[in-house]
Design a protein around this ligand. Structure first.
Ligand SMILES: *[C@@H]1O[C@H](CO)[C@@H](O)[C@H](O)[C@H]1NC(C)=O
Ligand SMILES: *[C@@H]1O[C@H](CO)[C@@H](O)[C@H](O)[C@H]1NC(C)=O
Ligand SMILES: *[C@@H]1O[C@H](CO)[C@@H](O)[C@H](O)[C@H]1NC(C)=O
Ligand SMILES: *[C@@H]1O[C@H](CO)[C@@H](O)[C@H](O)[C@H]1NC(C)=O
Ligand SMILES: *[C@@H]1O[C@H](CO)[C@@H](O)[C@H](O)[C@H]1NC(C)=O
Ligand SMILES: *[C@@H]1O[C@H](CO)[C@@H](O)[C@H](O)[C@H]1NC(C)=O
Length: 254
């Protein structure tokens, strides 16, 4: 079953309250973020650009989310080498973070990716980032906003990426790296705000997987808040929006 909303909200608020003041640095280098993922991270439909938008220069990032990607096609198509090239080129000068968020396509039978391969690829991605001097952020999949018909189901979004969330958590544990539990947070949020509000973020009227520009802002902020919760010293590098964060972590439509 879903993690109760109150637990997630309470821990989020506690983490925010405990965060150090805004002038803490992560090491001496400016952060750079490279986003590895599928369409739910990518430009036009994913959270990635909404995550990068509040970054304060000279912090910067690149959205390398690729629509349709599985962990296998991402490697085969050369997108993962794009990530490692960015790490090689920048790890000396910048504190490099790589968000790793896959699952929506890996889980489709027609893509021929076994769960074991998916799990192994997440672990390999995290280890490669570390070997190149970066910090992996294993980001569990953005929830789909598939909600069953029936008035009593409006706050019961389908937990369709449950196992993929567990794989991201397991990969973080296996590699001693940070998990950004976007799946739990986004599912809890969608359940809190309900179907009408959740579907206001649909990429189009019927696409309950991808995000329109407003959804990109909201879920990008959710990821930014989760990243800062995990690495509080990064807080100074994101322009805050307390109104939006308050809505997100209190289950209010934004
Ligand atoms: C992923 O790689 C393909 C080439 O295989 C390229 O066409 C595409 O632009 C890449 N995606 C991103 C987001 O860079
Ligand atoms: C999956 O395997 C089937 C059968 O071998 C093949 O036709 C299909 O092209 C494969 N799909 C991908 C995405 O590799
Ligand atoms: C929520 O939906 C699931 C199926 O996704 C169903 O098994 C469960 O009974 C529903 N919960 C409620 C409270 O209706
Ligand atoms: C795990 O990573 C932390 C830093 O994130 C480090 O302090 C710790 O020593 C690491 N533990 C192991 C077993 O590598
Ligand atoms: C919405 O987008 C999906 C693809 O994501 C497409 O299949 C569907 O036809 C679109 N619907 C409308 C009303 O444009
Ligand atoms: C902050 O978020 C609120 C609520 O989503 C939005 O209306 C406002 O424009 C945002 N402020 C800035 C400075 O982006």
């Amino acid at each position: 079953m879903h993690k109760p909303w109150s637990i997630i909200a309470a821990s989020a608020l506690a983490a925010r309250a405990a965060a150090p003041p805004g002038d803490e640095y992560c090491g001496s280098k400016t952060p750079a973020f490279f986003l590895a993922g599928d369409s739910t991270t990518a430009y036009d439909g994913g959270w990635g650009d909404g995550f990068l938008a509040p970054l304060i220069s000279p912090a910067w990032g690149v959205n390398i989310g690729q629509s349709g990607a599985t962990t296998v096609s991402y490697i085969r198509g050369g997108n993962w080498s794009d990530i490692t090239t960015h790490l090689r080129d920048n790890a000396d000068e910048y504190e490099c973070y790589v968000t790793i968020s896959f699952g929506h396509n890996d889980q489709k039978a027609e893509n021929n990716v076994t769960f074991e391969t998916y799990q192994t690829n997440l672990i390999n991605f995290a280890n490669e980032v570390k070997a190149l001097g970066g910090t992996p952020l294993l980001t569990s999949s953005l929830t789909r906003r598939a909600i069953p018909a029936g008035a009593d189901q409006d706050n019961n979004a389908t937990d369709s990426l449950h196992d993929q969330r567990l794989a991201a958590i397991a990969a973080a544990a296996a590699t001693n790296s940070t998990v950004i539990d976007l799946n739990a947070a986004s599912l809890a949020y969608v359940d809190a705000i309900g179907k009408t509000a959740a579907w206001a973020y649909n990429w189009n009227g019927t696409d309950t997987t991808h995000l329109n520009p407003r959804g990109t802002v909201v879920f990008g902020r959710m990821v930014a808040d989760l990243v800062v919760r995990a690495e509080p010293c990064l807080g100074r590098w994101f322009t805050p929006n307390e109104t939006l964060s308050y809505a997100i972590w209190n289950g209010l439509a934004a």
